[in-house]
Design a binder for this molecule. Structure first.
Ligand code: IPM
Ligand code: MN
Length: 327
């Protein structure tokens, strides 16, 4: 039986890197049936469609979603980000955004578990008197006990499957309401995992440690916005953003999970063959892991970590990785 995968190439370099991902799956002999969805900024500019509810419903019959990148400079900020990407994460309840970082030369081997459905991303807030001298804008952070606890529990389980160490990253010294909830939930769940050693870092200090002493980390759990920022830094210190993969997981498997590189659509380099497809290919490996195809996923990861595959055009890098997983 072939896996049924919804494919959203998206904008900019998205379709280019996704094509290489599909090339590598084919070379690895994974049976996949793809269903293409023309969504993103270009589609929106054409006919105003962002992400209809019917499409989200249709996705419930899929095994996973594989996404390149969405967003174009011609569309005002937020339309595609909130209307497409965040709608996917929220509507499909993809509450774990899992972002692994592996870079042996720097001693980096950790995973960030980013809360993916709440926090500052929830969209709470609004304007008063917009455009006047007395205008007010508020943007709150929504933290539910249920939402915080479930992502923390996922992170403890993950730490248990790795090196039994979990760090909470927050800013409890300033965000005394949300920070307090996170800290209490973390400590309470920790009592169920006495085999997992725990630590706490403020997010600003964590930025220093990412650069200075990243080998202190095994698994990190953090909120949506801190996780967004920290994982770009994680990419930058572990081989570059062209290597950074991610999984948006619905761990309860009540619907499909979504797999996408951490990077954006990079319109400045689109169509030039300059994009590194490795992040997308590694995101595909995370998809295969989640589908239970760990052996193939490992093979793809090994191929991606061979320094010999890097340095070429988008297609050359894809070809080199495909060559190594074939057979
Ligand atoms: C990411 C991206 C998104 C985010 C944007 C495109 C909405 O930066 O996946 O990290 O902020 O989550
Ligand atoms: Mn980001």
């Amino acid at each position: 039986m072939a896996y049924r995968i919804g494919v959203i190439g998206g904008d900019g370099i998205g379709p280019e890197v996704i094509a290489e991902g599909l090339k590598v799956f084919a070379a690895a002999g994974v049976a996949i049936e793809t269903i293409d969805y023309d969504l993103g900024g270009s589609r929106y500019l054409r006919d105003g469609v962002v992400l209809p509810d019917e499409v989200v419903e249709e996705w419930s019959g899929l095994d996973a979603l594989f996404l390149g990148a969405v967003g174009t400079p011609e569309v005002p900020p937020g339309v595609i980000e909130r209307g497409l990407l965040l709608k996917m994460r929220f509507d499909l309840d993809l509450y774990v955004n899992l972002r692994p970082f592996l870079h042996p030369p720097s001693g980096i081997d950790f995973m960030v578990v980013r809360e993916n459905t709440e926090g500052a991303y929830a969209g709470e807030g609004g304007f008063l008197r917009r455009g006047t001298p007395n205008e007010i804008a508020t943007q709150g952070s929504v933290n539910t006990r249920m939402g915080v606890e479930r992502v923390i529990r996922y992170a403890f389980e993950l730490a248990r499957s790795r090196n039994n160490h979990l760090t909470l990253v927050h800013k409890t010294n300033v965000l005394t309401f949300s920070g307090d909830l996170w800290e209490r939930a973390f400590k309470e769940v920790a009592t169920e995992y006495s085999d997992v050693e725990t630590a706490y870092n403020h997010v600003d200090a964590a930025c220093i440690y990412f650069v200075d002493s990243p080998n202190r980390y095994d698994v990190i759990v953090t909120d949506n916005l801190f996780g967004d920022i920290l994982t770009d830094l994680g990419g930058a210190v572990s081989g570059g953003i062209g290597m950074a993969s991610s999984a948006n997981l619905n761990p309860d498997r009540t619907g499909p999970s979504m797999f996408e590189p951490v990077h954006g659509s990079a319109p400045d380099i689109a169509g030039k063959g300059l994009a590194n497809p490795t992040a997308a290919i590694l995101s595909g490996a995370m998809m295969l892991d989640f589908l239970g195809e760990e052996a193939v996923a490992d093979k793809i990861r090994r191929a991606c970590s061979d320094p010999g595959v890097q340095g070429g055009t988008t297609a050359e890098t894809g070809d080199a990785i495909a060559e190594r997983v074939r057979g």
